[in-house]
Ligand binder design. Structure first.
Ligand SMILES: Cc1cc2nc3c(=O)[nH]c(=O)nc-3n(C[C@H](O)[C@H](O)[C@H](O)COP(=O)(O)OP(=O)(O)OC[C@H]3O[C@@H](n4cnc5c(N)ncnc54)[C@H](O)[C@@H]3O)c2cc1C
Ligand code: FES
Length: 279
């Protein structure tokens, strides 16, 4: 089980590490168990939530959980090495210990979208929290309508979760379109930013679109969707803000009267409009 104590990290062991790209790794993490530990109840998080990951002597960073809660016993985090703490995480080896606080934040409203057609739009490492939602939906496949996944990456070397994208695309459970920003040798797929895939979307009524990626991508994706008549309530995205406490106490993530760490990070476009912020 995750820890209900707001400020006390719980010890967890890195069970496995997999290279996703030259700067991003996938960590399979399991809590250190005591006699009270009940493995079957370990996955008490929801797709879209994040944890605060700490490394002794380095600090703490917010990282999205990228596995599905339907996966019991362990959870997964994908970490891009961008600085001090993420660099310290990358320096760890299989069997090493990290601290975990959380899960924090709200979640993608996936359970409220039962019966709807779903479109996931991911950019770069933004596929991480969406992966949790996609895996959850595919696990409960008959509860949902069509599932379309659009993923954009700067280059082919930057594509994360190559195996998952391939599996989702060939499984007939979902349709996957991947693009890279510019043409590259040996790349025969689509090129152009992720919004250039939008004309491939099979536009169905009763659809919800979930977007996660760099702010510039979110900006243009939402603009395009609004221009083509999508309702603000059916556009769901994440806002990334610098976070410290993760629990609505320090004010680092305060935005338009909300705390992104507790009221978000997931918002509908209607809610973002109401905050009076530009995305
Ligand atoms: C809710 C949430 C979920 C996230 N999920 C993931 C994930 O799944 N995988 C992943 O690799 N990264 C994720 N991030 C981003 C990750 O938290 C930052 O990359 C990390 O905090 C950088 O810390 P650092 O000490 O390694 O880098 P630093 O040396 O502190 O800085 C390196 C760069 O990271 C930026 N940065 C620093 N602190 C933060 C912060 N608290 N939030 C955002 N950016 C920051 C800085 O502006 C700078 O550009 C998430 C961030 C948030 C807010
Ligand atoms: S991170 Fe402290 S209030 Fe949100």
């Amino acid at each position: 089980m995750f820890n209900s104590e707001l400020y006390i990290p719980r010890a967890a062991i890195i069970e496995n590490i997999r290279e996703l790209t030259y700067d991003t790794r996938l960590y399979r993490v399991r809590f250190k168990c005591n006699s009270k530990c009940n493995e079957s109840s370990e996955s008490d998080y929801k797709p879209g939530q994040f944890v605060q990951v700490s490394v002794l002597g380095a600090g703490e960073v917010p990282i999205s959980i990228c596995s599905s809660p339907t996966q019991k016993g362990y959870f997964e985090l994908s970490v891009r090495n961008t600085g001090l703490v993420t660099g310290a995480i990358h320096a760890l080896k299989k069997g090493d210990e990290i601290g975990i606080r959380g899960p924090y934040g709200n979640c993608f409203p996936i359970e409220q979208a039962v019966g709807r057609n779903l479109i996931f739009v991911g950019g770069g490492i933004g596929l991480a929290p969406l992966r949790s939602a996609i895996k959850f939906v595919l696990h409960k496949r008959s509860d949902y309508g069509s599932v379309q996944i659009l993923y954009g990456s700067r280059s082919k070397e930057d594509i994360v979760f190559v195996d998952d994208l391939e599996q989702w695309g060939t499984s007939k459970q979902s349709i996957v379109y991947t693009t890279i920003d510019r043409p590259q040798p040996d790349w025969t797929g689509h090129t152009g930013v992720v919004t250039t895939l939008f004309d491939k979307i099979r536009r169905l009524t009763d659809s919800k679109v979930f977007i996660c990626g760099p702010s510039i991508m979110i900006h243009f994706a939402i603009k395009e969707l609004l221009d083509t008549g999508w309702a603000p309530d059916d556009i769901i995205t994440t806002l990334e803000r610098h976070m410290k406490c993760g629990v609505g106490k320090c004010g680092h993530c305060y935005l338009g009267g909300k705390y992104v760490c507790t009221d978000g990070p997931v918002f509908t476009y209607s809610q973002i409009n109401a905050l009076g912020v530009e995305v």
